[in-house]
Design a protein around this ligand. Sequence first.
Ligand code: GLU
Length: 370
Amino acid sequence: MNQTTSDKQTIVIKVGSTLIAPNGRVDRKTCLPAISSYINQCFEQGIRVVLVSSGSVAAGKHFFSNETPSAIEKKAMAATGQSEMIATWDSLLHKPCAQILLTQADLQERTRYTNIKSTVNQLLDNGIIPIVNENDAVTSGQFEVGDNDNLSAMIAACIHADTLIICTDIDGLYDKNPHTHDDAQLIKEVKTITPEILKMAGGSNSNVGTGGMITKLQAAQKATEHGIDTIIVNGKKKESFEALFEKVNPGTFFEAQGKPLQDQTHWLIHTSKAVGELIIKEEEDNKIAVNARNLDFRDIVEVNGEFAAGDTVLIKDVKGKKIAKATSLCSSCLLNFVNDHQDENTIMESALKQGPIIQKTELAIFAPTL
Ligand code: GLU
């Protein structure tokens, strides 16, 4: 079990757009009563629940005439639909609700990341249900998470939840696409997310949300590597929630890893996006891929992209193999300057005096399967 500020069980429950607004407006009658009733019962039993709710874009559609909205129209839809979606949850849930809108930029910055954790815990301690969504009205490109499956796993890791429940419109992960294969079998339990499991995911079948099975598997990987059990369930079926209460698995269960990653390593690998790349020399005897160590200017062969001191970078070897993610203590500008003057002893000596450019405590080495 993960360590939270409370000894009560904490669940993050993600509800997809197809369950909230399947036809361009909020549908409060079909799926939401069973989901709300589950959340209400959890609170009655002393279980803390954070809701990650999609559906802002889908819920806002009916206010707009354009059938094929542009990116900016979708932002306007998100701004409109978000209030309708929150109002619906507020009317169905028995506890007060609080809205938290986030972007990748918030999760990327350590102070804001810590604030998310403190605020969510403060709300839960006061019996208030945090309802999280991406702030789609303002974010794009490298500053957006892009799907709420991954966002829900990042939130679960941030607050050290015990369980992540991903509610979708299908029973779970199948060995083949169940829409095109009659003999597709539901996978009930996954102990490790292997490349073979990832291959089973295929693409998204829905044109309502942005996720598909692949983003659900990414989320399960993020969460289980933080020691969080993850379940994909069919949120259209009332029985799914009855089963969850009976502690019976109604969908696909992904077992939490026995040796979760340390917080900082998990954040670097699974939450923070790399904004640049450092290509490094690998020595034969002290391979950074095996043993983390500090890196200094002499290790760098090439710098790609523009980044500031404190940004996350991807570390690759000269053959292009991804080795690690790390926090760079130097900007790309300074690294490029020193790199261009490798042969000038005075510049190199004074650069080296500044200390390491990456500290081993800020270096997260990829597991061989990643
Ligand atoms: N944040 C999006 C919305 O509220 C949904 C993203 C997703 O479907 O995963 O519309």
